[in-house]
Design a protein around this ligand. Structure first.
Ligand code: CP
Ligand code: NVA
Length: 302
């Protein structure tokens, strides 16, 4: 039997595997548009464990499994024994004896690692404090559909050096684009993530420096889930890091704008940019569905 594959970060995949997943994601998008049946995971079940809120991730995985002919179970710590202290490792053993894959959105990245260590089925990281690989599959699919291969292009990340930023670092390493990250002091990405990925990354202070000539400009919330207590300080610290039209005008003339959503208009991005012609955020959100179907097909043995 081949070893179980997990998706804890994008580094779990080779470049050809990622390129294949993105291509397949495009096929899933086309099949759905054309109403072509794609019952590829009949009778398979995905367990979905959410320690944090979600709109896109929950709906895309649940709808995706249904469209593939399988089913998905929504589980929250509040309603399971995890919330009453049952160890993660025990939960992983039990759940993985009953379902065909497990998707987890966890506060701590270590939780998904422990799950994977004790799971008999593939484990998918659906966001932790460290990475959000599923988001990057959708973002990279969106780029590919709008502009072709991203290799050799320049991406500017503006704002917090957070979980999504870390996954951009991994994507830069695997897909061969340059990444310029502009953050306020104290909000830089973890240098260990850059080192582990071996990515071509510049960590800068000035948003204008990062966006100059960039092909893609990306941002995310200033306060991620679990950091709500820091919100007032973060609003102050991130002043000057809003992606507005003046900043976008310094990027390449045909630059695209992405944001994983949910967005805060007037904080990390102006309404003019996110609702404007350079923004592809709605395709990006929809592509969560298609990219994750490609991921589920790749990971779940049949
Ligand atoms: N982008 C994203 O992961 O959205 P949700 O938090 O709504 O799942
Ligand atoms: N960085 C954000 C992403 C939400 C999809 C968070 O972790 O809350």
């Amino acid at each position: 039997m081949s070893p179980i594959r997990h998706c804890l970060s994008l580094l779990d995949f080779t470049t050809p595997e990622l390129v294949g997943l993105l291509q397949r994601a495009g096929e899933f998008r086309r099949m759905r548009r054309q109403g072509e049946a794609h019952v590829l995971l009949p009778q398979k079940t995905l367990g979905m464990l959410f320690e944090k809120a979600s709109t896109r991730t929950r709906v895309s995985f649940e709808a995706g499994m249904a469209q593939l002919g399988g089913s998905a179970l929504f589980l929250s710590p509040r309603d399971t024994q995890l919330g009453r202290g049952e160890p993660v490792a025990d939960t992983a053993r039990v759940l993985s004896s009953m379902v065909d894959a497990i998707m987890i959105r966890a506060h701590e990245h270590r939780t998904v690692e422990i799950f994977a260590e004790h799971s008999a089925v593939p484990v998918i990281n659906a966001l932790t404090d460290r990475f959000h690989p599923c988001q990057l599959l959708a973002d990279m699919q969106t780029w590919l559909e709008h502009r072709g291969p991203i290799e050799g292009r320049t991406v500017a990340w503006i704002g917090d050096g957070n979980n999504v930023c870390h996954s951009y670092i991994n994507a830069a390493a695997r897909l061969g684009f340059s990444l310029r990250i502009a953050t306020p002091a104290g909000y830089e990405p973890d240098p260990g993530v850059i080192e582990a990925a071996g990515a071509e990354v510049s960590v800068l202070r000035a948003p204008a420096e990062a966006v100059t000539g960039a092909d893609l400009v990306v941002t995310d919330v200033w306060t991620s889930m679990g950091q709500e207590d820091e919100n007032a300080r973060r609003l102050k610290d991130f002043a000057g890091y809003q992606v507005d039209q003046t900043l976008m005008n310094q990027a390449a003339p045909d630059a695209l704008f992405m944001h994983c959503l949910p967005a805060h208009r007037g904080e990390e991005v102006s309404a003019e940019v996110i609702d404007g012609p350079q923004s592809v955020v709605w395709d990006e959100a929809e592509n969560r569905l298609h990219a994750q179907k490609a991921l589920l097909e790749f990971l779940i043995p049949r």
